[in-house]
Ligand binder design. Structure first.
Ligand code: ATP
Ligand code: MG
Length: 561
């Protein structure tokens, strides 16, 4: 059955079935539960689109809940960025902003309840010992020597753990389940640890903290989440979440797992992304090469393109890797409709139009977006000295090169036809530094009254009127499709792409861009989509290349070799 969004998948199938049988009286409530220990990435966007999208499809609600059980790694900086990114993606939790830390007292009381029921005990094994006792996938674990403490002793010790009588790591509270369970998560998992760390919300009120596994399911239950959607790695935690809920006799959400998003040529774990930031491999979480939401935003991605991408990749039960080219495709599709076309020259070559009067400037009409007439027109100034792209000239043009060459005629976009009459070279390096051309005054706007055919059209800017700008070109952060695929003992960072950022300090953009503000997006004709970077200042413009247009010439040239 198709939903409001037009999407259908196995999760929506489950919800349809629950609604048919009246399981929750048609109520649908989901949540997005980030740990505030890093910035959100494109994988989180998949989960956000899924949770908020499902709520919207079924007239339901989606909560935002911070699963903030690990004070040593969490920070308000992350909380704030996560909220900003979700809003930017176009979703809203209204008044349903929750924190697992708001449930600390309730969780504590439930822990006491489990102790009283003989289902939890205080264990004096240290972390290493707990690990040794746990066993392996092929061997059962061993019972802790503290497993059979009396309820009274457990209650006393747990109260004193909370009161701060014991050293960090010296004791834990563990669920009493089954040390021989084939599921390692069921082998008396730790529920509480002693940790003197200041929490970003509860400060120093607690010196014991609940584990993620003891917190997550009950938080869902407290919020009466009907469908608790998470990624596949939690599949074998589900029996534990269900165990807590059942032993406590509280509302039971249904957990549904889906495959996480993996993209090639990047890494997507917060731990790794944090490492890239901390060790200075990128300029920050919002470095335009990062797969973070704020990085993509700074790079020039639109929320619409990301939402569209998340809808297209769908949800499945098995892991796969999505080609980054699909994300870029979704972006081009969106920007093609909405980005103004402008002209910019990234690697300038000076062109003097010998028969155009010095000091004269002519304003030529240019269309802002051929895909959308409502975006109107603007004028671009034409003058005696211009810049064109170095690539658009070849002294010795190969076959199928239809741009400028000695004696050749080419069309200037929105301008005139020009013919190259001579070439000036640097006497020492032999590098072409300037071209001399003539223009045909009868060809204004690019037409040829005599009907002669001119194949090539190139972009250009007026040298006197152009604004200078810095342009940053990006390539993938890693050189290999799966950066994590390294031999034992080799760090994935060996796969970092040393050429992922190329900064061109002296580019020229048409004067209409003088007032462009950070976040503004454009298509630089023939070059790609670009946006104004947050480093940009009115007198020192900085653009990011968001994504290139497909380069047909590169393909032809490759085919020739
Ligand atoms: P990471 O593994 O990248 O550090 P995480 O799973 O620890 O991420 P959380 O803050 O726990 O990050 O994630 C919040 C939600 O986003 C969880 O429900 C998680 O399952 C989901 N999520 C995280 N990464 C992805 C991904 N790559 N694809 C889809 N969903 C994801
Ligand atoms: Mg997690």
């Amino acid at each position: 059955m198709a939903t409001d969004s037009g999407l259908s998948d196995f999760i929506r199938d489950i919800i349809n079935e629950d609604n048919r049988t009246g399981k929750h009286q048609g109520r649908v409530q989901t949540r997005f539960p980030p740990e505030p220990n890093g910035y959100l990435h494109i994988g989180h966007a998949k989960s956000i689109c899924l949770n908020f999208g499902i709520a919207a499809d079924y007239n339901g609600l989606c909560n935002l809940r911070f699963d903030d059980t690990n004070p040593s790694k969490e920070d308000v900086e992350y909380v704030d960025s996560i909220m900003e990114d979700i809003h930017w993606l176009g979703f809203d939790w209204q008044d349903r902003l929750f924190y697992a830390s708001d449930y600390f007292e309730q969780l504590y009381q439930w822990a006491v309840q489990l102790i009283e029921a003989g289902k939890a005990y205080v264990c004096d094994l240290n972390a290493d010992q707990v690990r040794q006792y746990r066993g392996t996938l092929t061997e059962p674990g061993k019972n802790s020597p503290y497993r059979d403490r009396s309820i009274e002793e457990n209650l006393d010790l747990f109260t004193r753990m909370r009161a701060g009588e014991f050293a960090d790591g010296s004791r834990t509270l563990r669920a009493k389940i089954d040390m021989a369970s084939p599921n390692l998560n069921m082998r008396d998992p730790v529920m509480y640890r002693i940790l003197r760390a200041t929490h970003h919300r509860t400060g120093d009120a607690w010196c014991i903290y609940p584990t993620y596994d003891y917190t997550h399911g009950q938080s869902d239950s407290l919020e009466r989440i009907t469908h608790s959607i998470c990624t596949l790695e939690f599949e074998n935690h589900r029996p534990l979440y269900d165990w807590f809920v059942k032993e406590l006799g509280i509302f039971a959400p249904r957990q549904i797992e889906f495959a996480r998003l993996n993209l090639n040529y990047t890494v997507m774990s917060k731990r790794r992304l944090l490492e890239l930031v901390k060790e200075g491999f990128v300029s920050g979480w919002d470095d335009p090469r990062m797969p973070t939401i704020c990085g993509l935003r700074r790079r020039g991605y639109t929320p619409e393109s990301i939402r569209n991408f998340c809808g297209r990749i769908g949800v499945a039960k098995f892991d796969g890797v999505i080609d980054i080219a699909l994300l870029e495709h979704c972006l081009r599709e969106d920007l093609n409709k909405r980005a103004s076309r402008v002209m910019a020259v990234l690697r300038p070559l000076r062109v003097v139009i010998d028969n155009f009067p010095d000091g004269q400037v002519e304003q030529l009409d240019a269309v802002n977006n051929p895909e959308d007439a409502s975006m109107g027109t603007r004028t671009v100034p034409f003058s005696r000295v211009l810049y064109i792209e170095q690539d658009d000239f070849r002294e010795d043009p190969p076959k199928q090169f239809f741009r400028l060459a000695p004696g050749r005629e080419v069309r200037l976009r929105w301008g005139y036809l020009i013919t190259c009459t001579s070439v000036v070279k640097d006497p020492t390096s032999g590098e072409v530094v300037e071209l001399h051309c003539t223009y045909d005054p009868a060809t204004r706007g690019g037409n040829t009254p005599d009907g002669r055919k001119v194949k090539g059209t190139i972009h250009w800017v007026s040298a006197d009127r152009a604004q200078t700008a810095e342009v940053r070109l990006y390539d993938s952060l890693f050189t290999t499709a799966n950066p994590n695929d390294v031999p034992d003992g080799v760090d994935y960072k060996v796969n970092l792409n040393p050429k992922s950022l190329e900064s061109l300090p002296t580019c020229y953009v048409e004067p209409s861009l003088a007032a462009a503000a950070p976040g503004d997006r454009f298509q630089f004709e023939r070059l790609g989509y670009f946006c104004v970077d947050s480093d940009s200042r009115p007198d020192a413009l900085v653009f990011n290349r968001t994504v290139p247009l497909r380069d047909t010439w590169a393909k032809i040239e490759k085919g020739q070799k």
